[in-house]
Write a protein that binds this ligand. Structure first.
Ligand SMILES: NC(=O)c1ccc[n+]([C@@H]2O[C@H](COP(=O)([O-])OP(=O)(O)OC[C@H]3O[C@@H](n4cnc5c(N)ncnc54)[C@H](O)[C@@H]3O)[C@@H](O)[C@H]2O)c1
Length: 276
């Protein structure tokens, strides 16, 4: 049930209007935004799927419609602040109000401080961090029309530990910024009824990583965390569902690792598992 949503139906998000950025679908595998959009729709939410790739976005919408859910697609590059405003306007036009924003878009960015490409570095910060500021800037006033709202920002364990694809200063910094953004927004907008939380996924096997993770690395990623099992986009989506639903009405400002316990481990503590 937890990694396969065929025929799943529930009511945990009935009445909620939701935006999920970067929720397009590749042809194979599942992305975190895609799984989140599908799971939320299966729980009664009306979902605006946002992506800069039309084919991918429409693929997710069709998956939701085929499961009797409600969804529509908006084509946008959310590094453009004006387009972020248009996304919010579209959600209001389509569904009447906005309850939940999932700031999911993120792309990898490699390089050490010595060899990173400065333009690419700025671009990664725009995509992974500044886009969340722009989306939230326009989402919060719309949520206040309802008197409440929930924003969930996607960080990464790489905000707190070095990752596995070589030096990645742009990615790590942007994802660390997402945690600070979450805490500050929680503080600033909590009195108005806006909850802001964050998820830090671990080594998740998604469509984003499948083209650069061979079987050996896939096994190592699994063995690096205490639970010794592989995480999928659905594992992140289930956590996102809790944090975005009214079940979490008293939860704000947290960064929830969803990582099979990865952040408790060190290379030495996992040595016997990694070498077995
Ligand atoms: N996959 C992992 O192991 C992992 C681990 C930690 C954190 N994360 C984070 O989870 C989030 C989702 O990752 P994923 O694996 O599902 O990625 P993904 O590549 O499968 O999906 C990302 C989507 O975002 C879209 N997108 C990219 N730039 C955009 C822009 N400027 N405007 C609009 N859409 C844009 C892409 O077209 C794509 O459909 C990211 O923030 C990522 O950093 C992933």
């Amino acid at each position: 049930m937890y990694d396969n949503l065929v025929n799943l139906k529930g009511n945990r998000l009935i009445g909620k209007n939701v935006i999920v950025t970067g929720s397009g679908s590749r042809e194979t595998g599942y992305g975190i935004g895609q799984a989140t959009a599908i799971l939320f729709a299966s729980q009664g939410a009306k979902v605006l799927v946002v992506d800069l790739d039309k084919e991918r976005g429409e693929r997710t919408v069709n998956q939701i419609l085929n499961n009797d859910g409600i969804a529509s697609f908006y084509l946008a590059d959310i590094t453009n602040s004006d387009e972020c405003k248009n996304v919010i306007d579209c959600a209001i036009n389509n569904y009447g109000s906005l309850d939940v924003l999932i700031n999911n878009v993120g792309v990898r960015g490699l390089g050490s401080v010595v060899d990173l490409d400065e333009n690419e570095y700025k671009n990664i910060l725009d995509v992974n961090l500044n886009s969340m500021v722009s989306m939230s800037r326009y989402a919060i006033p719309a949520m206040l029309e309802n008197g409440a709202g929930s924003i969930l920002n996607m960080s990464s364990f790489v905000a707190m530990r070095s990752g596995g694809f070589g030096p990645s200063i742009p990615y790590a910094l942007s994802k660390a910024g997402v945690i600070a953004l979450t805490q500050q927004m929680c503080h600033d907008h909590g009195p108005d009824g806006i909850r802001v939380n964050c998820i830090a996924p671990g080594h998740v096997y998604t469509s984003m990583v499948e083209d650069r993770v061979d079987q050996k690395l896939r096994d190592l990623r699994r063995k690096a965390a205490p639970l010794q099992t592989e995480g999928t986009a659905w594992d992140i989506a289930w956590a996102a569902l809790f944090l975005s639903s009214d079940e979490a009405r008293w939860v704000s400002g947290v960064t929830l690792p969803v990582d099979a316990g990865l952040l408790t481990a060190s290379p030495i503590s996992m040595l016997d598992k990694l070498t077995s």
